[in-house]
Ligand binder design. Structure first.
Ligand SMILES: [Fe+2]
Ligand SMILES: [Fe+2]
Length: 189
């Protein structure tokens, strides 16, 4: 996942943007795997997209979005819109998770996911994150970065579109789902 030097604190915004770049690289890898009809590679990329985006959505929902509600006057509205886009993404991930990447439905869901995430990341990076940086000091952003590193370890690795996505329900449900997902991952590999 994100490259962070041990002992050095990463601020929350840099951490999230690092995740965004990794997902974009995976999307690019899918393009190449499709061009070369490499099905194993398509499956590998799809699995990683599912895991990375499931974890990313949850750490934003647990740490970033609550901070935005507090720090920005229109935070509630911005977060509601962002959560709606996360919901769309999770539903698309469910159609990809564990499916044949070449099946019509999974491949259509993947294309839709790329467009949804592109739009969502653009919104976050041009509006939400710069405004949050303006509202919070560096110290606060680094504390949030630490919280995110912890949340990442306890985050579910598969999409859970029906689980609560706001505190406090999401933290408890997320921890439980993470255990279930990790058992599932272990059994699969
Ligand atoms: Fe997001
Ligand atoms: Fe994000």
């Amino acid at each position: 996942m994100t490259n962070t030097t041990p002992g050095m604190s990463t601020d929350a915004i840099e951490l999230l943007m690092g995740d965004h770049r990794e997902v974009e690289q995976l999307f690019e890898m899918m393009n190449k795997a499709r061009q070369s009809s490499d099905v194993d590679q398509q499956r590998y990329v799809a699995e990683h997209v599912v895991e990375d985006l499931s974890v990313h959505a949850v750490i934003e929902e647990e740490v970033l979005y609550p901070a935005m509600r507090d720090a920005l006057p229109d935070g509630d509205q911005l977060v509601e819109e962002a959560l709606q886009e996360h919901q769309e993404a999770k539903e698309l991930l469910t159609r990809i998770d564990g499916k044949d990447p070449q099946s019509e439905d999974a491949s259509a869901a993947f294309d839709e996911l790329v467009a949804t995430i592109h739009h969502h990341v653009l919104d976050e990076e041009t509006q939400l994150l710069p405004r949050l940086r303006g509202a919070l000091g560096q110290e606060r952003l680094e504390q949030m970065g630490k919280k995110m590193e912890l949340a990442r370890k306890a985050a579910p690795t598969h999409p859970h579109p029906h689980a609560p996505n706001t505190p406090p329900g999401n933290v408890a449900a997320g921890a439980f789902a993470a255990v279930v997902d990790k058992i599932r991952d272990a059994l699969r590999s």
